[in-house]
Design a protein around this ligand. Structure first.
Ligand SMILES: [Ca+2]
Ligand SMILES: [Ca+2]
Ligand SMILES: [Ca+2]
Length: 373
């Protein structure tokens, strides 16, 4: 309700050579709906607009809670839009033309700044400098959603590890995440459902993902794959016993075709324990690992499914995170299929032997990295 009473939206349009205010400044007050502006519920607003060719429409949304996250997107049936975010001085902060490799509608995400206000520009395709260099026109809807950074509760054990509920029950997600079936073209490895994380769609930048997964600042860049731009992640917090083996199946997919190797999108896993005895972040695969296999999915290439396993050293609460990231730029999507998450209890006396039964090389490599000291 706070949003209803304080949200203010203003809109104006700029042509190539001069500034014209094409619609009066909107100031939404409680219980009032301005023409074309719908403040539907707490955290969600939408504005109907009409773009003219060689023009750019600007919007200001204010009085939001700083630190909350936002997703803003433009939908149009009649033209190919582009979306920009500007700072309070009018400098371009972010531009998106197409939200994914197979969707030309734009989407932007981020954190609401200290000012509590957000500035957006709607233009036509390829007008990346917001100068009105386009010949697109027609009706569109600008939709803005704000929400708090999702946080997870602790499950008594790992739940919904195969996504057979058909949703993310038990998990917490941030970004572009979907449940997929066999029609996707690869997997699942267990049951009928699996999860797909993607770098296309409503993805978030690395610092927001690090906050979401309780990782240190810059830790995703520190994996050495290049400058991370955006991605998606899921996590689950659960309790486990000492010696339990956590395992899951994963398949990294990408449309990135080498070269250039600078855009080495990759996927990762993070495991941490509440007692800090485990604090681990590992790359699962990057684009260089996918060249050998042609994919039957929407992606060009994939690694094929592999199994990751990890022995949990102590009884306690663990948080498991997984993600897929764009590197270098925000173009050309990559994805991560995951399924069959399991906690396997192993009797203490046989745990060493059983451990070797899992993908030994992978496990030894990970253990070395996990216990660096
Ligand atoms: Ca577009
Ligand atoms: Ca499954
Ligand atoms: Ca990419």
């Amino acid at each position: 309700m706070k949003l209803l009473s304080t949200l203010a939206i203003s809109a104006y349009s700029i042509s190539l050579s001069f500034l014209t205010i094409v619609s009066p400044v909107h100031a939404a007050s409680q219980g009032e709906t301005n023409t074309g502006t719908n403040i539907l519920s707490d955290g969600f607003s939408s504005v109907e607009g009409q773009l003219e060719n060689e023009k750019v429409d600007f919007y200001n949304f204010s009085n939001f809670d700083p630190g909350k996250l936002f997703t803003v997107e433009v939908n149009s049936q009649s033209f190919d839009p582009l979306l920009g975010q500007l700072d309070s001085f009018g400098n371009i902060i972010a531009i998106n033309d197409d939200q994914s490799d197979n969707n030309v509608l734009p989407i932007l995400t981020g954190e609401i700044p200290a000012s509590g206000s957000l500035n957006f520009a709607v233009s036509g395709l390829r007008d990346i400098n917001l100068k009105g260099n386009h010949f697109e026109s027609g009706l569109y809807t600008l939709s803005l959603k704000t929400f708090a950074l999702p946080s997870s509760s602790t499950n008594s054990t790992l739940v919904n590890g195969g996504f057979e509920t058909g949703n993310f029950n038990g998990w917490t997600t941030l970004g572009s995440t979907n449940i997929e079936t066999t029609t996707f073209g690869s997997g699942p490895t267990q049951g009928n459902s699996q999860a797909l994380l993607s770098t296309g769609g409503a993805t978030f930048n690395d610092s927001i993902l690090e906050k979401f997964l309780a990782l240190e600042d810059e830790s995703l860049n520190s994996l050495g794959k290049g400058q991370v731009t955006q991605g998606s992640a899921i996590q689950q917090t659960f309790t486990a016993k000492a010696g339990d083996i956590l395992s899951f199946d994963w398949d990294f997919l990408t449309n990135e075709v080498l070269p250039p190797i600078t855009f080495s999108d990759f996927s990762f896993v993070s495991i941490s324990s509440q007692d800090n005895s485990v604090s681990s972040l590992l790359a699962l695969a990057d684009v260089t690992d996918t060249t050998s296999e042609f994919s039957l999915t929407d992606f060009f290439q994939e690694t094929g499914f592999k199994t990751f396993s990890f022995k949990l050293p102590t009884t306690g609460t663990y948080t498991l995170g997984l993600g897929v990231l764009d590197v270098g730029d925000s173009d050309i999507d990559s994805g991560l299929l995951i399924d069959n998450f399991k906690l396997t209890s192993v009797p203490e006396s046989t745990s060493g032997l059983s451990l070797l039964g899992f993908s030994t090389l992978v496990l030894l490599k990970f253990r070395r990295k996990i216990y660096p000291k």
